[in-house]
Design a protein around this ligand. Structure first.
Ligand SMILES: C[S@@+](CC[C@H](N)C(=O)[O-])C[C@H]1O[C@@H](n2cnc3c(N)ncnc32)[C@H](O)[C@@H]1O
Length: 384
């Protein structure tokens, strides 16, 4: 194995523990007599922390794994002659001659990782560095399984959604005819991810439909499903509001279905008595023009605040609406704010809860915000 492989593989596979660089090559130009590198975890993300020692002081610097790999290789090739790298698999001693020849000695691993399992780099349901057919096909990963930097947020989003699906179904015994609809599926990253999760991770042959308004996107999705041999995945062109389905639907998902498409999906789920709803709403414009409360005018007079408040009021009302239909509802953070501002997920599970209290709360809430003539109610009444 060459130096580059030792360093990049141990970082990529999250097996790097510690490295120490001593005997600087050029003492007059390099103020650091020793540098160490170790894994640190900050706010759930892992970094490599370099500690650089002069005669009197130590300086710290944190680097992403990608930057650290390049830097460590550079330090080996150009700056130090004596290097020890400790990984979970092996210890490596590297001796660099005056002419720059590197001699690598590999020994049995002597160190255990310092960071605990909890702090280890996050292990996703669909793993990094392992090629996944649909993610490669949709341009999220390269054929080696490395996620493209500009698609990393999408990768995280998909995995987070799958974690929530996984958690939502943990107590259920699923049959092969479990039926899922992804409303407003778009390019269908999530729909393919659900198929992959159920078929290849859980080994359950569910049925999945993705529906979208855009004909060309649906054609693309059907072609992709065919290329991947995802036989039980079907994409249909149409509007959620007009979509009819006669058989049982067990789970409905929506991810950023625009504006009141989310409301239409929630109403459909209620009408069909769907057991589980997982919905991450998108932009919503209806309430912005409707909410009014004299006491809150100092807030609502600012467009920016009003927009945020109306979005939170919308999702709160959606939750209450579902509660009035007998669902147990939780609002959870979907993915951290820095990745997408649309980060609330509504999880609703059909239950036998008493709906009287929810109905009263729903009416009070509407009164408080002066909300009338709402799409979600009109649509529900039109199709019930
Ligand atoms: C922002 S995209 C999200 C796509 C996908 N769920 C994702 O997260 O990658 C919203 C999608 O919802 C679709 N959409 C909006 N209103 C719809 C409706 N009434 N019926 C079906 N699809 C709709 C749009 O065509 C678009 O593809």
């Amino acid at each position: 194995m060459n130096i580059h492989e030792i360093v990049t593989n141990s970082l990529k596979q999250n097996k790097f523990i510690y490295a120490v660089f001593t005997t600087p090559r050029n003492k007059s130009e390099n103020p650091y007599i020793k540098i160490t590198a170790r894994t640190v975890s900050l706010k759930g993300e892992n970094f490599i922390q370099f500690e650089k020692f002069t005669d009197k002081q130590a300086f710290h610097e944190n680097c992403s794994y990608e930057d650290a790999a390049e830097r460590i290789v550079n330090m080996i090739v150009h700056d130090y002659r004596n290097i020890n790298i400790f990984t979970e698999d092996s210890d490596f001693q590297l001796m660099v001659s005056k002419k720059g020849m590197v001699k690598v000695t590999e020994k049995e691993a002597s160190k255990k990782p310092k960071i605990d399992e909890h702090n280890k780099k996050k292990q996703y349901i669909i793993r990094e560095h392992e090629p996944c057919d649909f993610l490669c096909h949709l341009g999220v990963m390269n054929p080696e399984g490395d996620v493209y930097a500009k698609k990393y947020d999408k990768f995280k989003q998909i995995n987070k959604f799958l974690e929530i699906v996984d958690d939502s179904l943990k107590d259920k015994k699923l049959q092969d005819d479990f039926m899922i609809i992804d409303f407003g599926c778009g390019k269908a990253y999530l729909t393919f991810a659900l198929y992959y999760y159920f078929y290849f991770i859980k080994n359950i042959k569910v049925k999945i439909i993705g529906l979208d308004l855009k004909k060309d996107v649906i054609e693309f999705c059907n072609q992709t499903a065919k290329s991947l041999n995802y036989e039980h995945l079907e994409f249909l062109h149409g509007d959620i509001k007009n979509f009819e389905y006669k058989e049982k639907v067990d789970m409905i998902v929506t991810l950023h279905a625009c504006d009141n498409a989310t409301d239409a999906a929630l109403v459909k789920a209620v009408m069909w008595n769907t057991d589980i709803i997982l919905s991450v709403p998108c932009c919503q414009h209806e309430f912005y023009d409707k909410i009014e409360n004299m006491n809150l005018e100092p807030m609502l007079k600012h467009g920016l605040i009003k927009e945020r408040v109306s979005s939170l009021v919308t999702d709160s009302l959606r939750s209450l609406f579902l509660e009035t239909k007998g669902y147990k509802v939780q609002l959870m953070e979907f993915i951290a704010m820095e990745h997408t501002p649309k980060n609330i997920l509504i999880r609703a599970v059909k239950s036998n809860k008493d709906i009287e209290k929810s109905q009263a709360e729903y009416e009070e809430f509407k009164k408080f915000w002066n909300l009338n003539d709402l799409f979600i109610e009109k649509y529900f009444n039109a199709i019930k």
